[in-house]
Design a protein around this ligand. Structure first.
Ligand SMILES: Cc1cc2nc3c(=O)[nH]c(=O)nc-3n(C[C@H](O)[C@H](O)[C@H](O)COP(=O)(O)OP(=O)(O)OC[C@H]3O[C@@H](n4cnc5c(N)ncnc54)[C@H](O)[C@@H]3O)c2cc1C
Length: 477
């Protein structure tokens, strides 16, 4: 029974305190869903640094040219209102007289999506239901966390301590882990940029020598565009184990169902790969490539992943992950065209190979790698190295992190492949060293990668945020 106003005023009732660590998409939308759905007074505290509040890493880009990699029609923040983002875009002055069908199928700037989330937040905190909620936004960083039977306490960077009745870890994407090279002192060099989402990595460049980007995925593409925008005009190199070509969004809208119809519940990784290859062969006959097949698997990926054995997951990670990544993570056609032009002009060179070592010389950076194509050790000299290998998921490899502390204290555990944090995927409760679920500690988003594999895009996170908020609101004790 929710308390009435007299009970609250007389303090015969203590308002439930909910903490959210991280105010990116996941943290913001969990808070929005809590505010929209609560029937009793609650207090919500979101802890996040100022610049990325509401937006997170993805939607606070340093460049207005960085685009969403999902079309407008698929980016609603609310699962039950699929056109919410599209409708919002059509109301913005720059888009009001544009064709809605074209906008629905296009890839808009990521900063615009950040503005959309900020608008949702502002609207939510001024809604009628927000009257029931005390909202605190704290601009800080969580450096430690502890739990007891009924509360979760967090320590902030200024050593202030806060205690909550329930706490959501929505910490999202970690910065990339350092590459495995012999000379680890290079990581202290001013010519090494570990965080590819920070503008520093593309500013104040020296065009006298090329730049090396480690990694060959979507962040590499953004970084190339950022470097050009900042006037860099020497060659850009990229290195990755296979040097695969990044693919554009093609065949959009093709719905392929044949593979799913043949997919058995008890299929092993071997069966799935065999089926996959069979269907790729079938559609290649008609000039299509693997993307419609990958897209058809998307709604079932989490279920398939959960059924694989640990050995199968390991095999997938070592043999198939890169191929999956290429077919799954695609870029808008116009960006792809730009990348192709850069390659034809010789401005962008993509190497397939394994890094051996990187060292700073007085006037450059020497990079040694084993070339997959030439089967020999090769050397390049560059002016800086930017790490675009994707978020680090092994918590023990993070330099500083409250999650690493939690792992060491046994409050949380990682999956065998160290892709994320162990949690109950139905209730989002984290699991401790003894296999017990925490009553009041929850997570969502990329922290669930080990459990679900696909758990980073908006269309997964919006559902998680809604379900998690409802679970927290139900779990009143
Ligand atoms: C460059 C990029 C582009 C992307 N583009 C798309 C796209 O087009 N479409 C799509 O669907 N998905 C996209 N994604 C996926 C994206 O990860 C999700 O859509 C979503 O933005 C993730 O939100 P999040 O809140 O879980 O994580 P994040 O965005 O990483 O937000 C986490 C927040 O928590 C804060 N935080 C972390 N640790 C602490 C701490 N200890 N104390 C306090 N605060 C902390 C961070 O500062 C950050 O603000 C993209 C991802 C990236 C990295």
């Amino acid at each position: 029974m929710p308390p009435d106003e007299t009970q609250i005023a007389n303090k015969g009732y203590s308002m439930r305190k909910i903490g959210i660590i991280g105010g990116g998409f996941s943290g913001t939308m969990t808070a929005v869903q809590l505010i929209n759905n609560t029937i009793e007074p609650i207090e919500i505290t979101i802890i996040n640094e100022r610049e990325t509040f509401n937006k997170g890493v993805a939607f606070s880009p340093y460049s207005k040219k960085h685009l969403l990699n999902v079309s407008t029609a698929k980016m609603s923040a609310f699962a039950d209102d699929p056109n919410h983002f599209l409708d919002w875009v059509m109301k913005q002055s720059a888009y009001q007289n544009k064709d809605k069908t074209i906008i629905a199928n296009s890839f808009l700037p990521r900063y615009l999506y950040g503005q959309y989330l900020t608008d949702i937040w502002k609207e939510t905190i001024h809604s009628k239901n927000a009257g029931k909620v005390k909202i605190n936004i704290i601009e800080a960083y969580v450096i430690d966390l502890d739990v007891d039977e009924t509360t979760v306490s967090v320590v902030l960077s200024d050593n202030e301590s806060l205690t909550f009745d329930a706490c959501v870890i929505a910490s999202g994407n970690n910065i990339p882990g350092n590459p495995k090279i012999k000379n680890t002192s290079f990581f202290n060099s001013k010519k090494y940029f570990q965080n590819p989402w920070n503008i520093d990595c593309v500013s104040n460049t020296n065009s006298k020598k090329p730049i090396l980007i480690i990694g060959n995925g979507l962040t590499m593409v953004d970084t190339v565009s950022g470097l050009l925008e900042h006037g860099f005009d020497n060659e850009i190199y990229s290195i990755s184990p296979n040097g695969f070509n990044i693919l554009p969004h093609r065949h959009s809208g093709i719905k392929y169902t044949n593979l799913i119809e043949e997919l058995k519940e008890d299929a092993t990784l071997y069966d799935i790969t065999k089926l996959f290859n069979k269907h790729i062969k079938l559609i290649r006959e008609f000039g299509l490539s693997a993307e419609p097949i990958i897209d058809s698997l998307r709604p079932f990926t989490q279920r398939i992943w959960q059924k694989l054995t640990v050995n199968e997951k390991r095999l997938f990670m070592s043999r198939l992950r890169h191929l999956w990544g290429v077919a799954r993570h695609r870029i808008p056609l116009q960006i792809h065209d730009k990348m192709q032009h850069l390659r034809i002009e010789g401005k962008l060179k993509i190497f397939a190979g394994r890094l051996i070592d990187i060292s700073e010389t007085p006037d450059s950076v020497k990079v040694e790698f084993y070339s997959k194509n030439h089967k020999q050790k090769e050397e390049i000299n560059v002016s800086r190295v930017i790490n675009c290998t994707g978020p680090e998921t092994d918590l023990m490899l993070l330099e500083k992190s409250f999650l690493k502390n939690c792992l060491m204290k046994g409050i949380i555990t990682q999956d065998e492949l160290k892709l994320g944090i162990n949690a109950d995927t139905e209730t989002y409760q984290l699991v401790d060293r003894n296999g017990n679920k925490h009553a009041n500690l929850f997570t969502l988003g990329s922290n669930l990668k080990g459990m679900l594999w696909e758990t980073t895009a908006v269309n997964e996170l919006r559902t998680q945020a809604e379900q998690l908020a409802k679970i927290i609101l139900r779990n009143r004790h």
